[in-house]
Design a protein around this ligand. Structure first.
Ligand SMILES: *Cc1c(COP(=O)(O)O)cnc(C)c1O
Length: 365
């Protein structure tokens, strides 16, 4: 790593979060799509598999699944999204479990699809993927059986589980339960809850939960331990005079003579242009990002002189991703998944660095 901007992932926090969900006596399926919500899918999945008793991973595409499978062949992987029919042989060959999103999809499968493992998706209100009613579910099961597909599970997805007042969640659970109980098939795996769903809705009907955001340290209902922090170091400090502009479009002018520092992070790292004006920290001292965020750099108004090399916290003990998400009018999922692969990830466990990942340094560290 040559540029001193980095993400640290605290694997003790990750382990602790997973343990929290593992006390619910259901199989925890770790959701590791989008590069494990920006944390690094291979490292998080490997740690979960080797240290935390996780056997199932869910991802959004066959691409993500094959990538993880090639590094950690012992994990079972479920693709939650749509897989083009022409790539079914790849899923069979790699032993990856696919989602059957509709009767049409089941009908389009090759006449003999033995070796394919699948979970059927039921649409209980998202109107995204899934069989819409009992008739479609029954026929889908029949078609899959005829084509020798191994039907290992059934699932649905909550639309409003972050809002405990919304009775859509209980309605979805009821519809799911009714359809699964009346379809005439016994599924080994039955799951509907994501992180928030697992906390706001209790059920004895399902035997697995799909945990994404909670594993990484965030949920609507519980205080968990965020795993990720983002830091950089000052690369240049200077004094500017009253009235001097800073950065593109000169949106900021110094009110007085002041200290200004440049840091090497910008919107191409996922540090959005909307972060202009945000507070960052030099140890416990706050400082403000001033002027436009550039592609690779931005500037800080310092309360006093700090030398080149001073560490700057962008996300961490003082700055929560929840606050950033609220300020930017979005959700923590988007802040995390937008942190680009240009930022190296450093993994710590028991106060020691145990791993490092950066696509640019894989071959010539
Ligand atoms: C992303 C996703 C999850 C995980 O949701 P979290 O809120 O991050 O726990 C679960 N199920 C499906 C279908 C998903 O797409």
């Amino acid at each position: 790593m040559f540029r001193e901007t980095w993400i640290t992932i605290d694997l003790n926090a990750f382990e602790q979060n997973l343990k929290h969900f593992q006390t619910k006596n259901k199989e925890v399926i770790l959701v590791a799509k989008a590069n494990a919500y920006g944390h690094g899918d291979i490292e998080m999945c490997r740690f979960a598999y080797e240290h935390c008793n996780i056997h199932w991973i869910a991802v959004s595409s066959l691409d993500e699944a094959c990538h993880i499978h090639s590094h950690i062949p012992g994990l079972q992987i479920l693709v939650l999204g749509h897989t083009p029919i022409m790539h079914i042989p790849t899923a069979i060959k790699q032993g990856i479990t696919l989602t059957i999103p509709s009767l049409d999809y089941a009908n389009a499968l090759p006449a003999i699809s033995s070796g394919l493992h699948a979970h059927i998706k039921i649409d209980t209100g998202m109107n995204r993927l899934g069989c819409k009613n009992l008739a479609e579910l029954k026929e889908t099961i029949a078609v899959l059986q005829q084509k020798q597909v191994s039907i290992d599970g059934v699932f649905s997805h909550y639309a409003c589980s972050d809002d405990q007042q919304n009775d859509m969640t209980s309605q979805q659970l009821k519809q799911f339960q009714d359809m699964v109980m009346n379809c005439g098939y016994t599924f080994p795996w039955i799951h509907i809850a994501n992180t928030d769903g697992s906390q706001c809705m209790d059920d004895s009907f399902t035997n697995a939960i799909r945990i994404g955001l909670g594993a990484y340290g965030f949920s609507t209902y519980q205080t968990l331990s965020p795993c990720l922090s983002l830091k950089t170091k000052i690369v240049l400090t200077k004094q500017i005079e009253k009235g001097e502009p800073v950065s593109y479009s000169s949106t900021y002018h110094a009110q007085d003579q002041q200290w200004l520092a440049t840091i090497p992070i910008g919107y191409a790292d996922g540090w959005s242009r909307k972060q202009e004006g945000r507070t960052v920290y030099l140890q416990d001292t706050p400082a403000t990002l001033v002027g436009r965020i550039c592609m690779d750099q931005c500037m800080i108004h310092l309360p006093k002189y700090y030398p080149v090399g001073t560490e700057v916290e962008l996300i961490g003990d003082h700055v929560s991703i929840l606050d950033i998400a609220k300020d930017l009018d979005t959700i923590p999922y988007e802040i995390l998944t937008c942190l680009s692969d240009r930022i190296p990830r450093i993994y710590t466990y028991q106060h020691k660095t145990i791993g490092y990942s950066s696509p640019r340094f894989e071959h010539d560290e």
